[in-house]
Design a binder for this molecule. Structure first.
Ligand SMILES: Nc1ncnc2c1ncn2[C@@H]1O[C@H](COP(=O)(O)OP(=O)(O)OP(=O)(O)O)[C@@H](O)[C@H]1O
Ligand SMILES: C[C@@](O)(CCOP(=O)(O)O)CC(=O)O
Length: 373
């Protein structure tokens, strides 16, 4: 939405359905779904004399001023430089990445004021619903529109992926894809290091044009007759440290690693087939299988994917006839359960069991909406 010199963009959060960990390797598939909680980003003129950027966020007490230096932003106030750089890393990277486009055409860096408001945390504690991806997608869209650019969905996805990869190229970008396209999607990640290298060597504009090997994203039909329930463990987990931990272990390249990738890929492909064919029972079976693969990975490398609450979340869903698993990296955050939408008693029993295990049922639904603005 553009009003005068004000642009507003919002992007939904996400849940991983199946395919976690395997999807970080380029070309491997996962299924994600966008949810009806959003991040909203508003971009307007700064009102400052000099060209620069002001960023404010619902997670920080004050707005911070940033100045441009060779295409990069640095905080003007150095007293809390580290806090500003880490707390606003995704917003800053999204602004820098989009601003490279006018810069490559010889225009000067934009002056703008960016404000972030998020429904993906509770009092500052994240749910694990992909706030970093949603913030990046919404910031990219709002800054691009403010600069008079009209990128396509895929171009906005690519810009957001480059922005997140600048911070951590290990992330698959599944969150970015779900926040961009919305709905249920199948996603295969590109090689993020190669995409970054492309942008650095040939420019961001060129990186939006040439093919990204491995990358694919497409919408899937929503499952029929199934309710998606989301349980929150109340404890935030660090995806970056779990994925880095896995990279540090000697598991990669072992037979167990190859077996995990093969089994998870097979499971994701079967789940895609089940969604396309409207076979709910088969989808439930694949969700259970994906959960078992994660549990086996956890046993093999003692990663800490399954916390006691996530285990209780899964057991409760099984006990009432549903299928459940952690969503995302695990270690806390959320889990999902799929069960018969026409069985309200089962749903009620699930919520009761979750509540007594300390798992908070979140009133969240899948949404077909992607990034808007
Ligand atoms: N409201 C916000 N304002 C500004 N930046 C935000 C906001 N919410 C999230 N971010 C950015 O996202 C980062 C948090 O990412 P993190 O991966 O920890 O959470 P998440 O994406 O919600 O979780 P998950 O990856 O488990 O789904 C913050 O450091 C910040 O850069
Ligand atoms: C483990 C992983 O596959 C999923 C992480 O999901 P989340 O950010 O914890 O919701 C990592 C990734 O895809 O970037």
């Amino acid at each position: 939405m553009t009003r005068g010199r004000t642009v507003v963009s919002r992007a939904p959060g996400k849940l991983f359905v199946v395919g976690e960990y395997a999807v970080v390797e380029p070309g491997n598939p996962a299924i994600l779904v966008a949810v009806d909680r959003h991040v909203t980003v508003t971009v307007t003129v700064t009102g400052l004399e000099e060209a620069g950027v002001v960023i404010s966020s619902d997670l920080r007490p004050h707005g911070t001023r940033w100045r441009w230096q060779d295409g990069r932003l640095s905080p003007c106030d150095t007293s809390d430089e580290q806090g500003a750089r880490s707390g606003l890393a995704h917003v800053v990277s999204a602004i820098e990445t989009v601003s490279a486009l006018p810069a490559e055409r010889g225009s000067s860096a934009p002056a703008l004021s960016v404000s972030v408001d998020s429904g993906l945390h509770e009092g500052g504690t994240k749910y694990g619903l992909g706030s970093s991806g949603a913030v990046t997608v919404a910031t990219v869209a709002a800054v691009a529109a403010f600069c008079g650019l009209t990128p396509t969905d895929e171009e906005r996805f690519r810009l957001a992926l480059l922005a997140t990869a600048e911070i951590d190229p290990k992330g698959s970008g599944g969150d970015v894809a779900a926040s961009t396209w919305g709905g249920w999607i199948s996603y295969r990640a590109p090689d993020r290091a190669a995409a970054l290298e492309l942008a650095r060597s040939r420019g961001v504009e060129e990186a939006l044009r040439v093919p990204w090997p491995g990358f694919a994203a497409r919408r899937l039909p929503a499952p029929e007759g199934l309710a998606l329930e989301v349980g929150w463990t109340g404890s935030p987990a660090s995806t970056t440290s779990l994925v880095s931990d896995l990279h540090r272990r000697n598991w990669r390249g072992t037979a167990a690693h190859l077996r995990f990738i093969r089994a998870t890929t097979d499971c994701v492909c079967a789940a895609i087939g089940a969604l396309e064919a409207g076979e709910s029972r088969e989808l439930l079976e694949q969700v259970r299988r994906a959960g078992r693969e994660l549990a086996r990975l956890d046993d093999e490398v003692a990663l800490g994917v399954f916390t006691p609450r996530l285990r209780a979340l899964c057991e409760a869903a099984e006990a009432v006839g549903g299928a459940a698993k952690p969503s995302g990296a695990g270690g806390g955050d959320c889990g999902i359960a799929l069960l018969d939408a026409g069985a309200p008693r089962q749903l009620a029993r699930l919520r009761e069991r979750w509540a007594s295990a300390g798992v908070v049922p979140l009133p969240i639904r899948p949404t077909a909406e992607g990034n808007e603005g």
